[in-house]
Design a protein around this ligand. Structure first.
Ligand SMILES: NC(=O)c1ccc[n+]([C@@H]2O[C@H](COP(=O)([O-])OP(=O)(O)OC[C@H]3O[C@@H](n4cnc5c(N)ncnc54)[C@H](OP(=O)(O)O)[C@@H]3O)[C@@H](O)[C@H]2O)c1
Length: 313
């Protein structure tokens, strides 16, 4: 193996012009890590939020930093304590966001954050699952404790997280309302949503007796969501911390979910994907030297699924 690799790094926080494709040393896995030869990575809004420096008070990254926290690839080397993976395994991961990311030819990841990739999916589809699907899983299943028969309102059903949220809510046996644009109605219904609400034309806040609101948008969308909930309902946001006083006023509970790595949940998601129960829609694909274009697409706020970076797939 050559000692150097290509990686898209930032040396300063800022707009897309701070992204640079560099030759850097291939990292060495520590005893509990694996070295992944990256086949495909995915872009998430958090990538450009970190690039801009918006999350620095929370994450305290040191620069230079390689961005990208969704990866699918092959194990190239393992640390001496790693037992459940071996060189050559096809894997996927949403690695620790505090460390260097996956817009690179190789990435070191804690083995506990790595699971075998769904074998029926392409590298690109597999890379599109971890961050967005774990977010939907943890928000709906762990924070909201969504149950069969409940009514859930999922905002932005056409977004990367929203698409997984619709599918996971249906798998749980919930009744799903989702906000979307009319251009995406067919898409969200095909993923299993029971009712699509065009957020440009219709007022979702006339819904009532909702058990769970999944807020992926924040701002006015969150503010207008409280009154849709029944007493004792739950609002989970992944965009901003909901106001506890407002939750109390409406007699509901609220929480903020910040997605965490989970090998166990990735294994369950892989099973679902291989059983044909979890679909991944790819919005667009870019190469490592087109990361700025990929960020531009994500920053538009109108992607219809995952934005993929092809590294060596
Ligand atoms: N806390 C966490 O751990 C966590 C994890 C993942 C994501 N997030 C955050 O969650 C948000 C969503 O992430 P994502 O990856 O799903 O984003 P995304 O894929 O970029 O979302 C884009 C989608 O949002 C839809 N949309 C935009 N405005 C809307 C509105 N007012 N109502 C309904 N739909 C709307 C767009 O549909 P149209 O084109 O039809 O407008 C588009 O399909 C981001 O802010 C991200 O940073 C947080």
């Amino acid at each position: 193996m050559n000692n150097s690799m290509k990686a898209v790094q930032i040396h300063a926080f800022g707009d897309r012009s701070v992204l640079s494709l560099n030759d850097i040393a291939i990292p060495t896995p520590a005893e509990n890590d694996v070295l992944i030869k990256v086949k495909a990575a995915a872009v998430n809004p958090v990538d450009w939020k970190i690039r801009e420096g918006y999350l620095q008070s929370l994450l305290n990254h040191t620069l230079p930093l390689t961005l990208g926290w969704d990866v699918a690839g092959e194990i190239a080397a393992i640390g001496e304590n790693v037992k459940h993976l071996k060189v050559g395994d096809a894997v996927y991961s949403r690695p620790d966001i505090a460390k260097n990311g996956s817009y690179a030819e190789y990435q070191v990841v804690d083995a506990d954050e790595v699971a075998l990739k769904p074998s029926s999916l392409s590298w690109q589809e597999a890379a599109g699952i971890p961050l967005a699907a774990l977010t939907a899983w943890q928000s709906l299943y762990e924070f909201a404790k969504l149950e069969a028969g409940e009514r859930v309102l999922i905002h932005a059903g056409s977004g990367a997280v929203g698409q997984f949220a619709i599918q996971l809510a249906k798998l749980r046996g919930a009744y799903v309302y989702t906000t979307t644009s009319s251009k995406n109605t067919e898409l969200v219904l095909s993923l299993g949503a029971d009712e699509a609400i065009d957020y440009h034309q219709e007022d979702f806040s006339t819904l009532n007796d909702i058990d769970v609101v999944f807020d992926t948008i924040g701002g006015e969308t969150q503010a207008n969501s409280w009154k849709t909930l029944k007493k004792g309902g739950r609002l989970v946001s992944i965009y901003e911390n909901p106001d506890e006083a407002t939750a109390t006023e409406y007699g509901v509970s609220s929480s903020f979910c910040f997605v965490q790595p989970s090998r166990e949940q990735l294994e369950k998601l892989a099973e679902l994907a291989d059983a044909g129960k979890l679909k991944v829609n790819i919005d667009s694909e870019f190469s490592l030297n087109q990361v700025a274009e990929a960020h531009e697409r994500s920053e538009s706020g109108h992607a219809q699924g995952k934005i993929i970076i092809n590294v060596s797939a």
